[in-house]
Design a protein around this ligand. Structure first.
Ligand code: BGC
Ligand code: CA
Length: 227
């Protein structure tokens, strides 16, 4: 090969590599964008029946294991698929929890089979809880609880057992943000799994793989409100 030809083929090879890496970056960005969960506009009836309002909502997987707090494996732990809706005053969630053994043994509310819904209305991810940050919890048996700033009046929920677990349908009152198309809200979604032994054997989350959401909003995920 002549020297000039050799240089040309080297240049071509690096161009191919460069284009390839740009395409890979684009694909990664697109994947990230696809993963920003959305809540659609709508008002469901909170009764544990899955009404039409939920039909078009994309599902968010709550299947990230919090390994430091889990003795059960990722394959056997309780997980959930969650849909979100919003209207002028609320954000709504529908949790479809897959859990092979339902149990409320365990003295602490978070040890019982339950879901948790964390909201950072102003999406500031400010660390320690501010006035607009709240932790909500609903057990499979319908019991409601929450963190420090929790006000039971702001949470409406209904539960129902299914063949492979349970459903939680809930409404949370928004009082620090006037929601509209494009608004971003900080959220985390959590499933607590008790295997009947009296304690929690796994935590599954949607965004962060550590058991820190009840203390800090820093690593909450984000949901975007869409029409
Ligand atoms: C955590 C528990 C914590 C509880 C406090 C839960 O989200 O997983 O470890 O003690 O919140 O309410
Ligand atoms: Ca369970």
């Amino acid at each position: 090969m002549k020297r000039a030809q050799y240089h040309l083929s080297l240049a071509l090879a690096s161009l191919v590599t460069f284009v390839g890496s740009v395409q890979a970056d684009d694909a990664a960005e697109k994947k990230d964008a696809d993963q920003v969960p959305v809540a659609l506009h709508g008002t469901p009836k909170i009764d544990g029946e899955v009404d039409d309002a939920w039909a078009k909502c994309p599902e968010i997987a709550v299947d990230k294991i919090v390994s430091g707090e889990s003795t059960a494996s990722k394959d056997t732990m309780a997980t959930a698929k969650v849909k979100l809706l919003w209207d002028d005053e609320h954000i709504y969630a529908l949790f479809h929890v897959k859990d092979s053994k339902l149990s409320d043994s365990g003295s602490q509310a978070y040890e019982q089979d339950s879901i948790e819904f964390f909201v950072d209305e102003l999406n500031q991810k400010a660390g320690t809880y501010q006035e607009d940050d709240v932790q909500y919890r609903v057990a499979f048996n319908g019991d409601k609880s929450g963190g420090e700033s929790y006000d039971e009046g702001d949470l409406k929920s209904a539960v129902k057992k299914t063949d492979d677990g349970y459903i939680v349908e809930l409404a949370v009152k928004l009082s620090h943000v006037k929601p509209k198309e494009g608004t971003k809200i900080g959220i985390e979604l959590q499933v607590n799994d008790n295997d009947g032994s009296g304690s929690r054997v796994a935590i599954a989350k949607f965004h962060h793989d550590e058991n820190d959401s009840y203390q800090s909003t820093t690593d909450f995920g984000t949901v975007e409100l869409k029409d």
